[in-house]
Design a protein. Structure first.
Length: 142
């Protein structure tokens, strides 16, 4: 049974959710710059704050679902280097679109890095699980 079409659809649905979360207007137009140093300090000194924790987890988890499904769909993404490059490109693309489009959002290189970090972590976990499942003898799986 070929599951690739279902996995492709899963990636598309996950990316549509990412687009809805990141590319819908959130303010009165334009954009604001998120200084990486200021944001990093905010994260590091505000981990006891619910708002900071939600923002941090949200950025780490944003690209995790599409990355998890994508490594199953396209095995080349199981390579850490390839996965990291694609994840960084995806995070940078989101921030670039938020900068180019009048969405009223904060443009942040740190957000792109956090998005990519979460995507790489999720992708590597799924790749490892896929390897583990493939290494189990067929008789034991079924």
């Amino acid at each position: 049974m070929d599951v690739r079409p279902a996995l492709t659809a899963g990636v598309a649905v996950a990316l549509a959710a990412v687009a809805a979360l990141t590319l819908l207007p959130a303010g009165s137009g334009g954009w604001a710059w998120g200084s990486p140093a200021v944001e990093l300090r905010w994260y590091l000194t505000g981990l006891d704050s619910r708002a900071t924790a939600v923002q941090l987890l949200g950025n780490l988890l944003l690209l995790a679902p599409p990355a998890a499904v994508a490594v199953l769909r396209w095995p080349v993404l199981r390579s850490p280097g390839v996965l990291a490059a694609v994840a960084l490109a995806a995070g940078a693309a989101i921030e670039t679109l938020q900068w180019v489009l009048p969405l009223g959002r904060v443009v942040s290189p740190l957000d792109a890095l956090l998005n990519a970090t979460g995507a790489v972590a999720a992708g590597l976990l799924v790749a490892g699980a896929a390897r583990a499942v493939r290494s189990v003898p067929t008789a034991r799986r079924g």
